[in-house]
Ligand binder design. Structure first.
Ligand code: SF4
Length: 477
């Protein structure tokens, strides 16, 4: 029987997947093997997912980003789902979770697995609920059969909400937003309806055996994650985390790879505490965080509120960041939302890698800065995190090939382009001689460059008194 990456690593074997990961991360294969053997990293790679290009998730490696896609009861179409997968991979997702709850789940999942070079994750509880018709009608047997089917299909990692226990439910009394995890609310409803322990906890060892057979990585769901700042770091959240620590060690005993899902909504001053506590309680298993959102007040901009928290979590050691799109709390994301969410989260992940001195991370920033200072616009666009967006914004005000050599952009214009002024002063050989008398109009740059378009014409002569907001036209005008 094929072994899991964890079992192979603990036997001292370097698998082809570890070789490939080492190549992608720029490190020695044995470093990868050791991280997997100790449980500090996972390589989600189901034996049946043949289209996969293996990657690694762990604190010692580049911070990864996950994008959630999937249909819903109201929006369901295989072509649209294929397009979402393509968009997510195109804009840089390291893994994709299909959280679909609509029609044709098997067809869409199998289609994704045939095509996806990145690991595919799922939450099998959702499909089980669809089959049961109601959360209270779930049975342990149904849960195991759905999990086994998805494992056979080739799913690389699955969120399993086994950590929420009946004993935890009273701890959520008094919360402002109760249980906000979809899976958590379903399991809580089941426990209340049956007066029994969480069925995923009851059959946990059977799940681990299935995962070991197919090498599915377990992603332990944080059912009691806070849904608002007021509920962050409360007794319920941390009681579940303790259970996740126990479940981590049990899965490891089965040879299963494990990562831990994390909050949620957390104020900035408590993010480090969350990451440090998870690392200690779960013995260094990779932390896979959703955001966290650092404020609750910005629906429509939660890719930003959460990317702030994600960057901080990455700096503290979170291994993978689950993106949040501008549609969070509001609706199902479309293609543009996926793009915006991924951009925000790739920035967060990279900022964390730079802050942590990850080898090679800063080289990207330095290369782009050099291209920027050299006014090499083509290279700047090529190096940009989202090249299409960078070029599009530049060309909105300075379109055409003429401007790809320009020593300015429309932000400051040719006269006030600080980098151009700085370079001219240095070319003159005496930076110290640059004074307020410098004749900008007579600089070499102004002679060769075209005048700016769309700059601050008409603004420069205004006084502070002129700068009041213009009158708003009456609604009926
Ligand atoms: S005009 Fe301003 S923003 Fe544009 S390249 Fe020069 S310094 Fe940078």
């Amino acid at each position: 029987m094929p072994r899991t990456q964890r079992q192979a690593a603990r036997d001292g074997t370097i698998t082809p997947e570890m070789e490939r990961v080492a190549e992608r991360e720029g490190c020695e294969p044995d470093r990868v093997r050791e991280a997997v053997a100790t449980g500090r990293a996972v390589i989600p790679a189901n034996h049946a997912h043949t289209a996969l290009d293996p990657m690694i998730i762990g604190e010692a490696f580049a911070t990864k980003v996950n994008a959630n896609i999937g249909n819903s009861e109201t929006t369901s179409d295989i072509e649209a789902e294929r397009e979402k997968l393509h968009t997510a991979v195109h804009y840089g997702a390291d893994t994709v979770m299909d959280l679909g709850t609509g029609a044709d789940l098997d067809t869409i999942r199998e289609d994704h697995l045939d095509r996806s070079p990145v690991p595919l994750g799922t939450v099998p509880l959702y499909e089980a609920v669809k089959q049961a018709g109601d959360p209270a009608a779930l049975t342990p047997e149904l849960l195991l059969s759905v999990i086994e089917k998805q494992a056979r299909q080739g799913v690389d990692y699955m969120t399993i909400h086994a950590g929420i226990l009946a004993e935890h439910l009273p701890l959520t009394e008094g919360r402002k937003t109760g249980i906000v995890s979809r899976g958590g609310s379903i399991v809580a409803k089941w426990m209340e309806a049956h007066g029994e322990q969480n069925p995923l906890f009851s059959v946990y060892d059977d799940i681990c055996e299935l995962f070991a057979t197919h090498d599915v990585t377990i992603s332990l769901g944080d059912s009691l994650r806070p849904g608002c700042l007021a509920d962050a770091c409360d007794e319920a959240q941390y009681a579940e985390l303790d259970t996740l620590g126990e479940l981590t060690r049990r899965a490891w005993d089965h040879g299963v790879q494990v990562m831990i899902e994390g909050p949620g909504h957390v104020p900035m001053d408590r993010i480090a505490e969350n990451v440090e506590r998870q690392r200690r309680v779960c013995d260094g298993a990779p932390f896979y965080v959703l955001g966290p959102l650092v404020t609750d007040v910005a629906p429509g901009y939660d890719h930003i509120t959460s990317a702030i928290g994600a960057a901080m979590a990455a700096q503290e050691g979170a291994a993978m960041l689950c993106y949040v799109t501008p549609k969070e709390h509001l609706g199902l994301p479309d293609r543009e939302d996926v793009r915006e969410g991924l951009a925000a989260y790739r920035i967060a992940a990279h900022a964390g890698d730079v802050a942590n001195g990850r080898p090679g991370a800063r080289d990207w920033d330095d290369a782009l800065s050099e291209a920027r200072y050299a006014f090499d616009w083509t290279e700047q666009f090529a190096l940009a995190l989202d090249p299409e967006r960078a070029r599009e914004y530049h060309d909105q005000t300075l379109p055409g090939d003429n401007y790809t050599d320009a020593r300015f952009c429309s932000m400051c214009g040719v006269e006030f382009c600080s980098m151009r002024i700085d370079q001219d002063a240095r070319e003159d050989g005496d930076l110290a001689a640059l004074t307020a008398d410098t004749d900008l109009d007579d600089s070499p740059a102004s002679a060769v460059n075209r005048p700016p378009v769309g700059t601050h014409d008409g603004e420069l002569g205004r006084t502070a008194d002129d700068r009041s907001a213009p009158d708003t036209p009456a609604a009926n005008e």
